[in-house]
Design a protein around this ligand. Sequence first.
Ligand code: HEC
Length: 179
Amino acid sequence: MENKNTDPKEVYTEYNEKFDKKLMIDHDYDGIKELDNPPPPWLMWLFYFTVIWSVWYLAWFHWFDMGRLQEADYAHELEEAAEKYKVTAMDEETINILTAEEDLNRGSEIYKKSCVACHGDAGQGGIGPNLKDADWIYGSEIKDVFGVIKNGTDKGMTSFKSLGDEDILKVSSYVLKKL
Ligand code: HEC
C-alpha cells in the first residue's frame, strides 16, 4: 500500500472521498465523533419485523380480542376436556337410580373390575361389608351409595372419584338393583 497515512482523521477523509460516502457524522461532542455505521440490512429488517409483529400482536390479542391469551386458552382446553371426558359433576341430592339394562351392565363391568376384591363377586362381603342384605351403614338410597363410592370412607372404602360421576352412578345402580 502506498498510503502511509496513520492519522485517523485523514484516513477517514480519504475513505469518504474514495467511496463518495460520508462515514464520519458531523456531530462532534468534546472531540468525540461518531461513525455512520448502521448494522447490516438483514438485522435491520429483523428489527422492523419485530416492531410490526408487536403492533399486530397488540391489536389481535388486546384491542380486538381476536385471539385467546394463556388464561383463556387454558379455560378453553378445560372445557374441551370436560366435554370429552364428561367430568361434569352431578348433584348427589337430585340423582336418580338408573334402570336401563345397558347402564346396569356397565355397572356390573365396573363392579367386577374394581369391587369384587373387597365386596365379593356377588356382593356377599369380605374385606368390605355385605352389599346384598338390607343392612346399610351409610343408607340404602342411591345418593348414599353414590356418595360412599365417590368419596370413600375413612374405614377402608376407597374413593372412586376417578371413575367419573356417570360410571359411579352406574355401579351404584348396579349395587342397588342387582345385588
Ligand atoms: C379396598 C377394599 C374395597 C374396595 C376395592 C371397595 N370397597 Fe366398598 N367398602 C369397603 C369397606 C371396608 C367398606 C366399609 C366402610 C365403612 O364402614 O366406612 C365399604 C363400604 C362400601 C359401601 C357402603 C356399604 C354400607 O353398608 O353403607 C358401598 C355401597 C360400597 N362399599 C361399594 C363399593 C363399590 C361399588 C366398589 C367398587 C367400585 C367398592 N365398594 C370397592 C372396601 C372396599
